[in-house]
Design a protein around this ligand. Structure first.
Ligand SMILES: N#Cc1c(N)n[nH]c1-c1ccc2c(Cl)cn(Cc3cccnc3)c2c1
Length: 233
């Protein structure tokens, strides 16, 4: 998969070269390029924003730099583009959306700031490419960079070959068809500050361990996320 990120804060995306995504890049599974939107400005101050038509607080990102950046992305790589735009008004990221994005050949993240990107850029992208607008959830961020980091990690780990043991993807909280929260995890030592590991986990009785874990997952989900019990699933 090829991933391009366009942003006015390229350094914000440095963590993508670390850990899991970094390993996927080293393995050649993911090809990542981060671009500074200001490369497509032509004034002395590299201006990317202006006041909103209709008035109101804040600034809006100008369409011209984004249009030139998108044109450049098209010429950079022949693969069909899925443009992912983080926005407070987008589809909320969940595991299903992460799976959908992990199937794409090429993602171009348009990562904005201020009050957002001029709507005509999104309209242009919707007509010229696949456009997916994504929100991280119902809380306020100052821009799209954090969303790009989260979307990329959630999505890249699902690409075949990225996670060493694919079995570990099956039982996770929010995995497809696995609408329960995960059971609690323990490791050595068997007693820590007077707290003992549940004895069933030390019993070697795999059937009893599986039953205990299922019961824990059900109880946790019932207490913390009753919404995941929709339709009795
Ligand atoms: N907030 C949120 C939010 C979320 N929950 N996920 N993603 C975002 C997000 C994504 C992209 C931008 C761009 Cl561009 C500018 N802002 C700041 C903002 C905040 C509230 C209203 N208008 C603009 C963004 C926020």
């Amino acid at each position: 998969m090829r991933i391009d990120v366009i942003t006015i804060f390229p350094d914000y995306l440095a963590p993508l070269s670390l850990s899991l995504v970094g390993k996927a890049i080293e393995a050649g599974i993911v090809d990542l390029a981060v671009h500074d939107l200001r490369w497509w400005t032509h004034d002395r101050h590299h201006t990317t924003d202006d006041t909103p038509y209709g008035g109101g607080a804040g600034m809006v990102m100008k369409p011209e730099p984004w249009g030139e950046a998108m044109d450049a992305m098209e010429h950079l790589n022949p693969a069909p583009m899925t443009v992912v735009v983080p926005t407070p008004t987008g589809r909320v990221l969940d595991q299903d959306l992460a799976h959908e994005l992990s199937t794409r050949e090429r993602l171009v993240f348009a990562c904005g700031r201020y009050e957002g990107i001029d709507q005509r850029v999104l309209d242009h992208c919707a007509e010229s490419y696949e456009l997916i607008e994504v929100s991280l959830g119902d809380y306020v961020l100052n821009g799209g960079e954090v969303a790009v980091l989260a979307i990329t990690e959630a999505m890249v780990r699902l690409i075949p070959g990225v996670i060493g043991n694919p079995d570990s993807l099956v039982e996770e909280s929010h995995a497809p068809g696995h609408r329960l929260l995960e059971y609690p995890n323990y490791t050595k030592p068997p007693v820590w500050r007077g707290r003992q590991v549940p004895p069933v986990l030390l019993s070697g009785n795999h059937a009893a361990i599986a039953t205990w874990r299922r019961e824990q997952a059900l109880e946790r989900t019932r207490q913390r996320r009753p919404d995941l019990f929709q339709n009795g699933s």
